[in-house]
Design a protein around this ligand. Structure first.
Ligand code: CA
Length: 125
């Protein structure tokens, strides 16, 4: 399957702190249709685990998606997985030093969106 190359947009975010939060555009109001937003978390610590906890998750199922993966290159075809649902997902645990999200909404039907928190923990072993 071919996906067009990802291009930068106004809603892109780049984070280097070990803890923080991310939410969809306009949150807690509905996200705009046709959104394409990338969120990169780079804690510069290869021995870390980045734990992501979701506080809210309301996306149009099978049409609006939050892709995620390790590294710092957000792209659908580079994703480890995606979320597209009406319920709060289980936490994610991804190896550091970096990970990304890519929020992609289609042209119709928008909902409240998502809010998440992340925390980087240094592995002892
Ligand atoms: Ca939609």
């Amino acid at each position: 399957m071919f996906y067009p190359p990802y291009t930068a947009s106004d809603c892109d975010e780049y984070h280097t702190s070990r803890t923080g939060s991310i939410s969809s555009p306009n949150y807690p109001d509905n996200y705009p249709p046709d959104s394409c937003c990338s969120y990169i978390i780079d804690v510069a610590d290869a021995s870390s685990i980045i734990t992501v906890t979701f506080l809210e998750f309301v996306l149009e199922q099978n049409f609006d998606f939050l892709y995620y993966g390790t590294g710092s290159i957000p792209a659908k075809d580079n994703a480890q997985g995606y979320l597209s649902q009406f319920e709060i997902p289980e936490p994610l645990h991804l190896p550091g030093p970096s990970m990304w999200f890519l929020f992609d909404s289609d042209l119709n039907v928008a909902y409240k969106g998502f809010e998440l928190e992340w925390e980087a923990i240094t592995r002892k072993c």
